[in-house]
Design a protein around this ligand. Structure first.
Ligand code: DQA
Length: 144
């Protein structure tokens, strides 16, 4: 089983960026946590990050026929990108939506998500653990 993890703009700056919201750990720590969890449950993962909407769309399209599931934190594109939502629908790969922060307790525009309605799961406000929760959930669902 192969799972693709996609992170959108500025997620590479966690640890530096608004630590009171995103915590003190950095992007490498997130990647290590995910890789360790993947090893523990015996699934292959690839982790991708981009600050560019088109690159994220290209990556989603390339996942067709290659990956069984996607975990995605589109970051700010969550609230703006019909194109990312369309790409996820087009490839028809089950996906989980994750946010490090509690998007519902922040500005109103963060409550909007163009990808939520078709996600198999959405986790927010649980920090890095949201990613491992999504990974375990997605793998569980795909095994059924
Ligand atoms: C985020 C929440 C978004 O509103 C924000 O633009 C991000 C990160 C999160 O992980 O909490 O960049 O997706």
């Amino acid at each position: 089983m192969k799972i693709l993890v996609i992170n959108g703009p500025n997620i590479n700056l966690i640890g530096i960026r608004e630590p009171e919201i995103y915590g003190n750990k950095n992007y490498k720590d997130l990647c290590n946590l995910l890789q360790n969890k993947a090893n523990e449950i015996g699934v292959q993962i690839e982790i991708f990050q981009s600050n560019h909407e088109g690159s994220i769309i290209d990556k989603i399209q390339e996942a067709y026929g290659v990956f069984d599931g996607i975990i995605i934190n589109p970051a700010a594109f969550t609230h703006t990108s019909v194109a990312i939502a369309d790409a996820l629908t087009a490839v028809n790969i089950p996906y989980a939506e994750v946010h490090i922060s509690d998007v519902f307790s922040r500005e109103d525009f963060r409550k909007i998500s163009y990808i939520r309605d078709k996600a198999v799961k959405t986790v927010f406000g649980k920090g890095f653990n949201g990613y491992t929760e999504c990974l375990e959930y997605l793998v569980g669902e795909l095994k059924c």
